[in-house]
Design a protein around this ligand. Structure first.
Ligand SMILES: [Zn+2]
Ligand SMILES: [Zn+2]
Length: 441
């Protein structure tokens, strides 16, 4: 098959003919009509199989780094489509490239793990594994990325893929940390952009929740241990008054932190456990405070441990106690890159409709997709999975969580169109090329 020429997208009418004349800020440079028809035809054939695939995963959920059956099912489906999936070194999770390697590369990420929860639904595809359930929709994410991969493989075979799409089936999002395994295996090497969808039971099928900037938060744990000589409460001046010092640390550290970082970063330290002493008249010689740090800004997240250590040392020094900080990193905030969000928006508008994109709020929950966005641009969007008009109240991480399965077709459309939009965008001439006169702008 001949590859598409620079600036021409075969099969998609009126694609780049208008590109040169396209005003700044116009939506996607390609016409989605042909793509829409190709997606319609693909989903008319594949939708029942995709739903069956999702239900099979739902019946057999597996926890993080134990997704062996799930991995095999993904490998089988990709191999049957003529693709060459690669299993990650630890034995779960899959990376699979589609299309020519000489253009830009866009990655689509699905997480494949389930949660340690009882499946409380009464449905034929209820979990058969006691205490394990797909209660975060990762079975749906896996199915949508697989479906998109199968569609794009057809496009590639027809010479319609203007670059490479890499499917990332990531293990262990809930643990979290599977993203780091994907990255260690070279999963985002050479990738220009990465996209992901996450089920959202608060919005209806056919809608895509978008937000530029932070969409999920960092969540780290902090453990502060304070030590001092201890002694009789009658003579605090001869000892270090440890409980008093600990109380100062517990109140002053969050307050001081909030004055050291930009308030827009929403960095917050909240204590969950404080303990010291055993009787009323003895100053203890040690105490502990444990809490979580949540943060919406990547820069503030990186600086937080060092800043906290310095503040802790200064408060502890004032009260003559020793303070030790153990700072345990969780996940970084997921900070969506605005251009990638716009690609999601343009794609959803083209293949779903103008009402599809909706704003979505920031969440203080964590999502390890943030690790990818530390290295490359990309975006996570919230996919509506709620039946339109339904008053059922589902939430993620609950035993009764379920989706309206028509969301799968919506997700395939959005991911396919977004990947194509990103590939076409990244093929646009750079300023250097334009200056050289190679391409008229
Ligand atoms: Zn989850
Ligand atoms: Zn999840």
């Amino acid at each position: 098959m001949t590859q598409p020429g620079h600036g021409v997208m075969p099969g998609l009418d009126r694609v780049a003919a208008a590109r040169g004349a396209r005003p700044e800020g116009d939506p996607a440079p390609w016409d989605g009509t042909a793509l829409q028809m190709q997606l319609d035809a693909f989903l008319a054939r594949q939708d029942p199989q995709l739903i069956a695939f999702r239900r099979d995963l739902h019946r057999h959920p597996e926890l993080g780094f134990a997704e062996h059956r799930t991995t095999q099912r993904i490998v089988d489906a990709l191999t049957a489509a003529g693709l060459r999936p690669r299993v990650l070194p630890k034995g779960t999770g899959v990376i699979c490239d589609i299309g020519p390697g000489d253009g830009p590369t866009v990655a689509l990420r699905a997480d494949i793990d389930a949660l340690p929860l009882m499946d409380e639904k009464d449905v034929p595809y209820r979990s058969t594994v006691p205490g394990v359930a797909h209660a975060c929709g990762h079975d749906v994410h896996t199915t949508m990325v697989l479906g998109t991969g199968l569609f794009l493989a057809q496009q590639a075979a027809a010479g319609l893929l203007p670059g490479r799409v890499r499917l990332l089936f990531q293990p262990a999002e809930e643990n979290p940390g599977g993203a780091l395994d994907v990255m260690a295996a070279g999963g985002i090497a050479g990738v220009d952009r990465v996209f992901a969808l996450h089920c959202d039971p608060r919005i209806e099928v056919g809608q895509l929740g978008l937000r530029a900037g932070p969409i999920t938060a960092a969540c780290d744990k902090v453990y502060v241990r304070v030590t001092g000589p201890g002694g009789h409460t009658a003579r605090p001046h001869l000892t270090a008054d440890l409980v008093y010092a600990l109380a100062k640390i517990v109140t002053e550290l969050p307050a001081a932190l909030s004055r050291r970082v930009d308030p827009r970063s929403s960095l917050s330290l909240v204590w969950g456990r404080v303990a010291a002493g055993s009787v009323a008249n003895a100053i203890p010689d040690d105490g502990i405070a444990e809490g979580t740090v949540r943060c919406l800004d990547d820069d503030a997240w990186h600086k937080a441990p060092e800043m906290m250590k310095a503040l802790l040392d200064s408060v502890a020094a004032a009260y003559d106690v020793e303070a030790n900080l153990e700072y345990v990193r969780g996940v970084p905030p997921t900070v969506n890159e605005p251009t990638s969000v716009q690609m999601f928006r343009d794609a959803a508008t083209q293949v779903i409709g103008p009402d599809a994109p909706v704003p979505t709020p920031q969440s203080l929950g964590g999502e390890d997709f943030g690790w990818y966005l530390e290295s490359i641009p990309g975006a996570l969007a919230r996919l509506g999975v709620r039946t339109p008009g339904s008053d059922a109240e589902y939430d993620l991480h609950r035993g009764d969580f379920d989706v309206d399965e028509s969301c799968i077709g919506v997700g395939v459309r959005v991911l396919a169109a977004t990947a194509l939009a990103a590939l076409w965008d990244d093929r646009r001439p750079t300023a250097d090329e334009t200056v050289g006169g190679a391409v008229s702008a």
